[in-house]
Design a protein around this ligand. Structure first.
Ligand SMILES: [Zn+2]
Length: 254
């Protein structure tokens, strides 16, 4: 029911016109259900602030808003995908979110737009928004109630840096897990060599694939095949073949 009402109201607060994801949305009765209808016509979308005002007390706390934001974002994204909208919309979501945090002290220039677009392509919308929060809390500094320009620049840089660190962690985990499979199947002695070979593999792929794609390849193909190999020469041959296949797929080899 709530889903249908958000959709009908285009994720916009009926009172003030604020849109998700800049605000957290709720549905509520327009007229007290004891005096009005209880169907969808008597329900409307409200932002948290207007909802609280309507009930004349703080029913939705800031903490609740933070926790609910991710769920609402995922829902929003599902609809966007439904409608076959393009990546542009995702850039707008992140920009709106950054602007809502920056409180109009600063706006993103074209280079900033481009940077956001790149992050979304590499890491996905939800990760980017998470790192916007992390960067905001660790970098933004105020002077006379205004965000300092220096800290705003640091904030933008930190979003990329945090995303990179998180992703590097994922890739590292995938490599170590794969080397662990080798150790179990082939023997303790090969652990270090397998790690080195996997590092080389990643280095060869990196110019042509995103980190996300490489992680996916390791988790699906490399780990699955490694599970069925029980000696080092076979594993080496598999890795060499697979590396060639992956590069060929990108037209990098004849
Ligand atoms: Zn509102």
């Amino acid at each position: 029911m709530e889903d249908a009402i958000f959709r009908r109201d285009r994720c916009t607060c009926r009172v003030c016109g604020a849109e998700a994801p800049s605000v957290f949305l709720r549905t509520d009765y327009v007229i007290d259900p004891e005096r009005g209808g209880t169907d969808e016509d008597n329900m409307a979308t409200y932002c948290a602030e207007c909802y609280n005002e309507k009930h004349e007390k703080m029913i939705i706390t800031p903490l609740e808003m933070m926790q609910a934001r991710r769920a609402q974002l995922n829902q929003l994204m599902a609809w966007k995908n439904d409608n076959h909208r393009l990546g542009r919309d995702q850039v707008k979501i992140v920009k709106d979110y950054i602007h809502s945090r920056m409180l109009q002290d600063f706006t993103l220039n074209r280079a900033g737009d481009f940077q956001i677009e790149k992050h979304i392509r590499n890491y996905g919308l939800v990760s980017v928004l998470d790192k916007v929060d992390e960067a905001y809390f660790s970098k933004i500094k105020f002077k006379d109630d205004k965000i300092t320009e220096e800290s705003a620049v640091e904030f933008m840089k930190a979003i990329g840096a945090f995303l990179y660190v998180e992703q590097a962690g994922e890739l590292d985990k995938a490599i170590r897990y794969t080397a662990g499979i080798c150790r179990n199947n082939i023997g303790q002695y090969c652990w270090k060599e397998c790690l080195r070979r996997l590092d080389d593999y990643v280095r060869a792929l990196k110019p042509h694939y995103s980190e996300e794609q490489i992680i996916l390849d390791i988790k699906s193909t490399v780990q699955k095949r490694t599970k069925y190999i029980s000696n080092l020469p076979d594993w080496r041959a598999f890795m060499n073949n697979h590396e060639l296949e992956m590069l060929r797929a990108k037209g990098k080899l004849a």
